[in-house]
Design a binder for this molecule. Structure first.
Ligand SMILES: Nc1nc2c(c(=O)[nH]1)N[C@H]1C(S)=C(S)[C@@H](COP(=O)(O)O)O[C@H]1N2
Ligand SMILES: [Mo]
Length: 228
């Protein structure tokens, strides 16, 4: 099973069916309908079928991790490397990223399984700027995002990664990105489904190809544009 070998887009129905392939940990959002929230918020639901993603809990966050718990990193322990096919590989500490020009915008966060959260304000550093600073070589075609959870990765083409609405996000709702949302630093791509927005970002690797990542290996479309 996997993406259509001819490269045809995989429909949402197919994507939902593929959920049986991976157990996805979900901690339900804390703002779920009134009294239910106290009951549900601390519960870690295992969701091998994706069924809970379809339960109408309202427009609330699901906190995803394909690896279960992830060891937190802070300003002292965090680093982001831009590596691979670049003339100037670079490592940024959190303070380095905070010192760069910030871009802010508000957008709907949309998971491919159907849930979404409207009006989420984000702030961060345009990925295009970090890529320009690293100077991709003539052979560069793709970008691979790696997570310090040790497992998750996802790709984009170099052109997609340079879009104005792709940021290395440092803040969400006017506060530092929380650990559960993939902080201190995650990717946010406004035009793409949530799976393109790597949490706990540790490395941006410029590559000679555009190879499938964690979810693309399990059937999600290689191009993750919302609505396609
Ligand atoms: N490292 C990592 N990043 C990830 C994921 C993950 O499991 N691990 N899940 C992806 C998916 S499918 C979605 S919808 C969003 C969810 O973001 P949230 O957990 O902040 O709601 O993160 C994306 N980035
Ligand atoms: Mo998702």
């Amino acid at each position: 099973m996997g993406a259509d070998p001819d490269g045809a887009p995989v429909g949402r129905r197919v994507v939902l069916g593929l959920f049986g392939l991976g157990a996805v940990g979900i901690v339900t959002g804390s703002k779920i309908q009134g009294g239910l929230s106290e009951l549900l918020a601390p519960v870690q639901l295992r969701d091998p079928t994706g069924f809970t993603a379809l339960v109408p809990l309202g427009n609330t966050w699901r906190y995803y991790s394909v690896t279960g718990s992830v060891t937190p990193r802070d300003a002292t322990s965090y680093a982001l490397t831009v590596s691979g096919l670049v003339d100037r590989p670079t490592t940024y500490r959190l303070a380095d990223l905070e010192a760069l020009p910030q871009t802010a915008f508000t957008d709907t966060f949309q998971c491919v399984t159907g849930w979404h959260v409207p009006d989420v304000p984000w702030t961060g550093v345009r990925l295009a700027g970090l890529l320009d600073a690293a100077a991709p070589t003539a052979e560069a075609v793709g970008v691979r995002f790696h997570s310090f959870d040790g497992t998750y990765s996802v790709n984009m083409t170099l052109d997609q990664a340079r879009a104005d609405d792709v940021i290395v996000a440092l803040s969400m709702y006017g506060a530092p990105v929380t650990h559960d949302h993939g902080g201190p630093v995650r990717i946010y791509s406004g035009s793409m489904y949530g799976y393109k927005s790597t949490k706990w970002l540790s490395e941006i690797e410029v590559t000679p190809n555009n190879e499938p990542g964690y979810w693309e290996d399990r059937g999600y479309p290689l191009d993750g544009f919302i609505g396609e």
